[in-house]
Design a protein around this ligand. Sequence first.
Ligand code: ATP
Ligand code: MG
Length: 406
Amino acid sequence: MNKYDAFLIKYAEIGIKGKNRHVFEEALVRQIRIALRPCEGRFAVIRTYGRVFVEAHTDYDFEEVTGALSHVFGIWGICPVAVHELMPIGELRKAAAAFMAEEYPEGKFTFKVKTRRMNKEYPMDSPQISAELGNAVLEACPGLSVDVHTPEHVLNVEIREKIYLYAHVIPGPGGLPVGVGGKCMLLLSGGIDSPVAGYMIAKRGVRIDAVYFNAPPYTSERALQKVIDLAKEISVYTGPIRLHNINFTEIQLYIYEKCPHDELTIIMRRYMMRIAERLAKEAGCLGLITGESIGQVASQTLAALAVTNEVCTLPVFRPLIGFDKEEIIQVSKKIGTFETSILPYEDCCTIFVAKHPVTKPRAEVIRTHEHNLDESIEEMVDRAIAADEIIEVSSSRVVRPEPEQE
Ligand code: ATP
Ligand code: MG
């Protein structure tokens, strides 16, 4: 049997008072259930007494479960809890002493007992219970001493219809539960930046859909697989992601044929944004997300960003805008996408790049050159959107549509 019967989920309560509270808690419960799906064992996630508990109904793997929970945005801390039936103080003394002896088997440190007695039937008040249990722990654990003001550890005791004991807090990722903030469409390439950008926006409670622009046969099946893998890696945090795989080849070749080559990247980026926005609106997304950062490459100078931006009516969120590459790399290592991102598969942006792309594009000039595309571009965009391959990605599985029969 596992030592802990349940996990008390702690979340930062600032800003979630009143009406928001149940929205926040429901989203948190939903995201916790999704995160626990791949875990061995059966669990109940319940809201009770204004808090969220994960109860284990079978044996489980402690590392697996706490690992899954520590990826759920909105969780500030995870407290493993031992749950007991109500018992007289004599027995509770033994249970508390045994619990602390196991929690902190060695070392010298200070502690205190903090009791909350919600069940007023229990025949002692909170300070009396704390004093009794403090003494019992002191007798059983010779390395411990009491410090009621600045203890290193706290044994929490809650007396309700059962008795709850917990003394550890495993840190969660913070943020807000995914789903409380609506949904956005992430432009997900195979690079380092866009997965980090998606992670950052999801951390603020936003659900993520994603779109990848693919240029077969110039880009390979493995480049697509890399993007699916990245989506899978961030879905550990964001929950399931619906990934739109858009075939961009025809559009790219057409731009290549009709437009000045030093403007290719910028015009291509404008078409990516236009298509992403159409998909976003169809899916009910309230904004787009990119991994752009000022000055990182020619297509991300302020002038280029402005020209790219002008084709969108939805807001475009660029959470990495002020980050250096090194800072972005640090986050990508922390969230576990870096190793996949640096795999050397080509991206559609890199196949037709000009040697000297414009760094100060002017919107009027770009618009004029885009008129060269007037004859066919709308149909091409419609065709690309009609051929959208939707891949459902979650941390435990990837579902791709069956390939069409020739
Ligand atoms: P990343 O590391 O995310 O690939 P990058 O530094 O390579 O970014 P660009 O290639 O200029 O930068 O792309 C800027 C942003 O445009 C990316 O962060 C991503 O949001 C989006 N993007 C670029 N290429 C694609 C693509 N093939 N599919 C989807 N989105 C893309
Ligand atoms: Mg890229």
